[in-house]
Ligand binder design. Structure first.
Ligand code: SF4
Length: 489
């Protein structure tokens, strides 16, 4: 199926396309710019009149829908755009909802952070009205509205006020020992402990050194440290020691949450875990994705479910008292019972956090090409079971995010045992703290609290381009950091 969009506001093309994809998934959608196309697909017309109010008329075939909205503050360009975007999205969503039965539990919301929106509404209007707006303005289901509210409340004590001289430090190790078939992250495949990682560390440490200089000069305090990837545990004990020694010397780590993703058990050894423990790492993430050996092999993961359990026990023995485990609902070939088995096995290990992802397949994932997908209704049942099992076992949902192309228009949920909430995950998802990201393929975020906006600085994805442009990205981050610190609410 294909669509062509005819609109008088082409600047909102992506918003219109996102709404269509809620119903049709990864279909081809183009903008009608007057060029003749042989087979353009189904025409969707979206026309807006903007005066004192906004009137947005959408149509597709015999169906039409008109949405009217108030233009809250016409003189404020950011609010004006926000109002227009919301009106267009609602109009297109309701147009398609008339004749398409797809499950859309998050209504017309397509952004990644529903809890952030719920919090904004809650702060402005209170709980009842916030929930009502979720239902009536965004068509969010009762169940998902309750989920957003529950998570927002769990986050309360952990939220920082934007605008403070505070930042989290992110460090990316974009290398893996094999490519998981569902993964779209552009990690480079290297043998474990490869000498090629030394060259990467040289540049990464140069970038970190400059980053910490900016932190000192601008009187920023580091709130949390997170080493992610890729697979950071691909580093040898010596390589990891080099990176962690630098961090111990340059960052005041006392009492700070310091996470390292130790995602793949095939990269973990007692020696490496001891290095992490001896350098103040306080939290680990070991990610089975599934405990089913057949699926693990099919997904090109070079380990078994029992390897995961053994790695977990080794981490506990060394003394790690904060460990996350990730699962994916909807891996190909899995049925509800496979997921039940995985979540029960994970819960039996008693990790401190569990994250349940609904499978998201992007074009760059090998699995995308194969087209072998789990039924979306089963994925929904899996995520519901994940919620039920985690709640029963004493975990609370504490952060959530959605992704483009996420199965069944669902969400990823992080659960935590009491007192084991991960600060970094909340900071990242709720966008209340600057993120200073280092390493190839990482993204820094700077909050301009005075203007209620966020600027991102993207480090190049390609390793060699990252090496070449390092001076430029450091400069850009420094400029953004200064601007964000001077933008007061
Ligand atoms: S899922 Fe994780 S371990 Fe697998 S290829 Fe992607 S980044 Fe690497």
């Amino acid at each position: 199926m294909k669509f062509i969009i005819e609109t008088n506001l082409p600047g909102f093309f992506n918003d219109i396309a996102e709404e269509i994809r809620l119903f049709y998934g990864k279909v081809l959608i183009s903008l009608d710019d007057g060029t003749e196309i042989a087979d353009p697909g189904e025409k969707v017309s979206v026309f807006c009149d903007i005066g004192e109010n906004i009137v947005c008329r959408s149509s597709c075939g015999e169906y039409a829908y008109t949405e009217n909205a108030i233009l809250e503050d016409p003189s404020n360009e950011i609010i004006r755009k926000k109002n227009i975007r919301k009106c267009i999205k609602k109009s297109v969503f309701r147009l398609f909802k008339q004749f398409n039965a797809s499950d859309t539990p998050w209504g017309s919301l397509t952004g990644v952070r529903p809890t952030k929106l719920y919090r904004e509404l809650y702060t402005r209007f209170g709980e009842d009205r916030a929930s009502m707006i979720f239902h009536t303005e965004y068509d969010v289901s009762d169940e998902k509205t309750e989920l957003a509210k529950e998570i927002m409340k769990a986050q309360g004590p952990f939220l920082h006020k934007a605008g403070q001289h505070r930042a989290d430090l992110y460090i990316n190790i974009p290398f893996c020992v094999s490519k998981c078939l569902y993964c779209s992250f552009p990690s480079k495949i290297l043998p474990i402990h490869s000498p090629a990682l030394n060259g990467y560390l040289d540049v990464l440490l140069e970038e970190l050194n400059e980053c910490m200089r900016m932190v000192r000069e601008n009187h920023v305090s580091i709130g949390a440290v997170y080493i992610g990837g890729g697979t950071p545990s691909i580093l040898s004990e010596e390589q990891m020691t080099r990176l962690l020694s630098y961090l111990n010397e340059s960052v005041s780590l006392n009492g700070i949450e310091f996470t390292v993703e130790a995602g793949r058990p095939d990269t973990l050894s007692y020696g490496l875990l001891k290095v992490l423990k001896n350098h103040n790492v306080s939290r680990l993430s070991i990610n089975p994705q599934t405990m089913n050996d057949r699926t693990l092999a099919q997904m090109n993961r070079l380990h078994t479910g029992e390897d995961i359990a053994e790695a977990f026990r080794m981490c506990r023995e060394i003394g790690f008292d904060s460990i996350n485990m990730d699962l994916i609902a909807g891996l190909p070939g899995e049925e509800l019972e496979d997921f039940r088995d995985s979540i029960e096995k994970v819960i039996a290990l008693e990790p401190d956090n569990i994250t349940v992802h609904a499978l998201t397949l992007k074009k760059s994932a090998a699995l995308f090409q194969s087209g072998s997908m789990c039924d979306e209704n089963i994925i929904k049942e899996m995520t519901e079971l994940g919620y039920e099992k985690c709640r029963e076992a004493g975990y609370i949902p504490y952060y959530m995010y959605r992704q483009k192309y996420i199965s069944g228009n669902l969400e990823n949920i992080g659960y935590a045992k009491q007192d084991k909430i991960c600060q970094y995950n909340i900071d990242m998802m709720e966008e209340t703290t600057n993120i200073l990201a280092n390493g190839a393929c990482s993204v820094s975020k700077f909050l301009y609290s005075g203007e209620n906006r966020i600027e991102r600085v993207f480090n190049p994805k390609d390793i060699h381009t990252y090496y070449e442009k390092i001076g430029q990205t450091i400069l850009e981050k420094e400029n953004r950091l200064k601007e964000s610190l001077s933008s007061k609410a």
